[in-house]
Design a binder for this molecule. Structure first.
Ligand code: GLA
Length: 390
């Protein structure tokens, strides 16, 4: 177990987890695992097209306190719900009564499918990743759970392998066809960096967040109702587009070639493909801009990404649009766009540190005036991926 200086928020979460553990199980935990939420800077709906993404792990965490058991029973106490769920490692099934526990069940199932030997455990789960707002609290639970089973089972997964098993857990056990981005960056993110992930080769490159900038996440408070069904529809439309264009995945067609051939596609499929193909280009251009210190270019690529998600991919909503429009008008905002699957949830804003106070004064009010909804704003830093903490 390595020690490190952790932020105040994590120190407070740790105290909460240890206190709950003692209350529920009557003794202290053996170890704690922290898994961050994530925000995506650019590269939306590209991961399941074998494309490129640029997410960062953020300093909001799911924290799990654990002690191993001698038998094959897993007991989980979720402090957010004040509920206990329990299951045996043999014959794992979905639990309709405690749906929150299905992520842990799914990960145990996927690890055993991959022939990892698991031990039972008692655990407390707490955290400050907002639930249901598109910051991947469920992927954080999955990756944290995998790391807990690794520690109790005496094995250590490679970060990419862990991400793949957690994605399999979500795809095949929970039944959500997500891509690899969330589990990957939660497993392998680095403090002060975003990660350029090639979702085909599964290689990644660290991209420093330019100094003097904050990641400001704005939650629209609009819950993401349509997301599951629309997400799957978009995936199918992309698969149809790739088939009609004769490529393995949309990753395999460049923007110039696409523009020559887009007339071959009907309107809807053409728009979906145009988003994915142009978004892949924007991710690579954004990385180049970040490395050249060209923040104006980075910001205009974020804006173009939002417009493409709004007009071509059609996964934005009036609330997300109102939030980015308020941010675009604000001094010191390098770039702003919706982040995650869409249909509500959050926007990501790259804001000059000196301009954050003014942002906090103006953007929420402008948003509230436009929509009547009270937003929640999180000023974040790019954080390490999953880790054991003292
Ligand atoms: C969700 C999925 C990711 C990704 C994004 C959209 O967060 O879990 O895999 O597809 O939507 O970019």
């Amino acid at each position: 177990m390595h020690s490190e200086i952790e932020g105040d928020r994590l120190v407070a979460l740790r105290a909460r987890a240890v206190e709950a553990f003692a209350r529920v199980y009557g003794h202290g935990p053996s170890f704690l695992v922290a898994a961050p939420g994530r925000v995506n800077l650019i590269g939306e709906h590209t991961d399941y097209n074998d494309g490129f993404v640029l997410p960062a792990a953020i300093d909001r965490h799911v924290l799990v306190a654990v002690s191993p058991r001698e038998d094959r029973r897993v007991r989980l106490y979720a402090s957010d719900f004040d509920e206990i769920a329990a299951f045996d490692l043999d014959g794992i099934r979905l639990d309709d009564e405690h749906p929150w526990s299905n992520y842990e069940r799914a990960v145990a199932w996927a690890l055993q499918e991959a022939h990892h030997g698991l031990r039972g455990m008692d655990a407390v789960i707490t955290g400050d990743v907002p639930i249901g707002s598109g910051l991947s609290s469920s992927a954080a639970v999955e990756v944290a759970t995998a790391r807990c089973f690794e520690a109790t089972g005496g094995f250590l997964l490679d970060g990419v392998e862990r991400a793949l098993l957690c994605q399999k857990a979500e795809n095949e056990f929970v039944g959500m066809r997500c891509g690899i981005m969330d589990q990957y960056v939660i497993s392998l993110g680095r403090r002060e960096h975003a990660l350029l992930i090639d979702c085909r080769s599964l290689e990644s490159r660290l991209v420093p967040i330019p100094p003097g900038l904050c990641l400001v996440v704005c939650d629209t408070s609009k819950r993401r109702g349509l997301v599951d069904s629309e997400y799957n529809t978009r995936r199918e439309e992309c698969e149809t587009g790739a088939r009609l264009l004769g490529v393995r995945a949309l990753r395999d067609i460049g923007l110039k070639e696409f523009m020559l051939r887009e007339a071959e596609l009907g309107e809807v499929i053409r728009k979906r493909c145009r988003h994915v193909v142009s978004e892949n280009r924007r991710v690579l251009d954004a990385v180049e801009a970040a490395q050249a210190g060209d923040l104006a270019r980075f910001g205009s690529l974020m804006r173009a990404s939002h417009l493409s998600l709004r007009d071509d991919y059609e996964v934005s909503c009036p609330e997300l649009d109102a939030m980015v429009e308020a941010a675009w008008r604000q001094e010191g905002v390098v770039g702003a766009r919706m982040t995650g699957a869409g249909f509500g949830g959050c926007t990501v804003n790259l804001v000059e540190t000196d301009a954050v106070d003014e942002f906090l004064r103006r953007v929420p009010r402008a948003y509230e005036d436009a929509t009547g909804l009270v937003p929640r704003i999180y000023v974040c830093a790019a954080e390490e991926g999953v880790r054991l903490i003292d």
